[in-house]
Write a protein that binds this ligand. Sequence first.
Ligand code: SAJ
Length: 424
Amino acid sequence: LNVVVLGLGYIGLPTAAVIARTGARVLGIDVHQSVVDTINSGRVHIEEVDLDGLVSGVVSRGHLRASTRIEPADVFVIAVPTPFMDDRSPDIAYVLQAATNLSAVLKAGDTVILESTSPVGTTEKVRDLLASLRPDLRAPGLGEGADYAVAYCPERVLPGRILVELIDNDRVIGGITPRCARKALTFYRRFVRGACVTTNARAAEMTKLTENAFRDVNIAFANELSLVAETMGVDVWEVIRLANRHPRVNILQPGPGVGGHCIAVDPWFLVAADPANTPLIRTAREVNDGKTDHVIARAAAMIEANPGVPVACLGLAFKANIDDFRESPALRVAQALAERFGSRIRIVEPYAAQLPDSLASAGATLIDIDSAIERCPLMIVLVDHDVFRSVPLEERVDKHVLDTRGIWPDQPQAQAPRRLQMAS
Ligand code: SAJ
């Protein structure tokens, strides 16, 4: 079996490697020559648990190679980004570009699968584009018979667990026609251990958006509770722990806002599709973004109440134990504080070798957790990395802490903003 994967990012590369491990011959396509060169040398350009070993193995066995140029194959998997535009409407230009590229080598019997998170109707647009570019082949769902299959099968993997979840998670496979779905199903059965459930393409597209909107709405509920609890002088994490003892209550964790390239983006695709009927989804997005502003304001008040004292911001990643800073609320908080307080802001981020330029030029510096404990009386916890969680009370008992992730439940709570001794 020959497989082409278009887009070698956080989803495309692990997917290509997992398929290559089944013995298929996989060609990964990327627009960046540097990505192609890195992979062909058996290395990876992204951090993901166990990905480096897998890629070096399948490349050295000749099962995976990369190129900027498309070649014929039996199955094409599109895994390119679908960002949103300034007005928060989805931008599917990369998907359509990928479809245009593969149309040049498309032949009878092929299967085209879209995995990128996409607004409802995108798979039909891909089919329409292929139909117009290749009038010599019969496109599925437009008349009698079809020479190739087109399906939508969203990825659902969690960064940090991608290689496990690619195999174990259930997959939703939406065909343009039932026959397209069956062809895609045969492909996923090669490497998926979870259930593969078939439906139509539009339902599969909406399912993906629904999953991430569900999580966003539920995190917004937790974030809203955290504000109410603060007003009431109650520990929100304790309330959630207690409420979750109810057999039908399962509240998520509040934090400094929602980051990553999926949950902070995908709900907008549903809002853009039907603004009149999505007040809840839109409000959830606003609550989660507003939580970041709230954290910035609280942190700034705490820093202002302690003139001259160095401040440690713990974490920049969008969530625990990963090196991904995309759409990170922690980064947004750190940036706002650095712009206001300059060199007083020290960043601790074990997953960064250096600070992003914008933070460095605002005067912030990168330090390790030990120096932060030694030198920074003020600490703002922005990410729940394990290394932060493991700091024992005795090393932070005298600190003035704003813990946005609830990782130090035993931390003595300051009543009013305390004035601290300036560190020597
Ligand atoms: N977060 C909270 N509180 C929580 C859970 C998460 O504040 O209780 C925050 C995180 O800190 C992070 C953000 O939400 O900033 C998103 O993190 P996440 O772990 O919920 O999700 P992602 O973005 O890493 O991956 C999600 C997953 N979707 C769902 O869980 C429904 C994943 O399965 C998808 O494949 C992925 O989006 C995607 O690519 O769409």
